[in-house]
Design a protein around this ligand. Structure first.
Ligand SMILES: Nc1ncnc2c1ncn2[C@@H]1O[C@H](COP(=O)(O)OP(=O)(O)OP(=O)(O)O)[C@@H](O)[C@H]1O
Ligand SMILES: [Mg+2]
Length: 217
């Protein structure tokens, strides 16, 4: 179990301000940094859609980064379990990492089940509502279970995985997400385009940006 050592004034910590500001870093990238936070059940399509959005952004020359649930648990968060407490810590750390990338001027795609409202709200509060776009991938659980891309629902139904979101652990629907997508009703590409269009409409992206990604290698 993770033991939280709260940093207090007693730890003799002092914040050191950077000479180059977040605004200047974003200006260098010629983009408005933000977090696009995809939340939803396992198999709802978060990773598939996040990758397609990143592809669209990259084609237009935007500098992005994608943070994805399983990948983060392979490294930074490999000490955390799936207990409620550790799930909270998982999201808290991801929020902090996302904020660092936003400070660096990047557009961050974060694809995490993130089942609890409180934790998602904490990330929103951390970066500020203007730079946080909550995307609820609201795909019916029967469709997610039918897809079962990792075979996890099958294991959860057999009792081989405990505390599986949607089966024996809760998923708290977002109350007021910026975007809701039911991926059983549209293709991956259509979902990505809905998010991309929202970013143009809210001013995060410039509609006229035409730079194409340079092909590497
Ligand atoms: N319309 C669609 N939208 C999204 N995914 C779809 C769609 N149709 C089929 N799929 C497939 O469903 C699967 C969704 O799995 P994906 O890994 O994206 O889910 P996830 O929400 O990231 O799950 P997890 O939380 O377990 O990582 C993929 O294999 C994807 O190709
Ligand atoms: Mg995923």
């Amino acid at each position: 179990m993770y033991i939280n050592k709260v940093a207090t004034k007693d730890n003799n910590l002092t914040w050191h301000s950077c000479v180059i500001t977040k605004k200047e870093r974003a200006h260098m990238k010629k983009q408005n940094p933000c977090i696009i936070w995809l939340t939803g059940l396992s198999g709802s399509g978060k990773s598939a859609i996040a990758n397609e959005v990143e592809n669209l952004l990259s084609l237009k020359g935007y500098h992005t980064h994608l943070l994805d649930g399983d990948n983060i648990r392979h490294g930074l968060n490999n000490d955390l379990s799936f207990s409620d407490e550790d799930r909270s810590e998982n999201i808290r750390r991801i929020g902090e990492v996302s904020k660092l990338f936003v400070d660096a001027g990047l557009i961050v795609l974060a694809s995490f089940i993130s089942p609890f409202r409180k934790e998602r709200q904490a990330v929103r509060d951390l970066v500020g509502s203007k730079e946080f776009l909550e995307v609820h991938i609201n795909t019916p659980i029967c469709v997610c279970e039918q897809r079962d891309p990792k075979g996890l629902y099958k294991k959860a139904r057999k009792g081989e995985i405990k505390f599986f979101t949607g089966i024996d652990s809760p998923y708290e629907d977002p109350i007021n997400p910026e975007i809701t997508i039911d991926s059983s009703k549209c293709t991956i590409k259509q979902s990505a385009e809905i998010i991309f269009q929202h970013l143009i409409d809210n001013g995060t992206l410039k509609s006229h940006r035409s730079k194409e990604r340079e092909l590497l290698g």
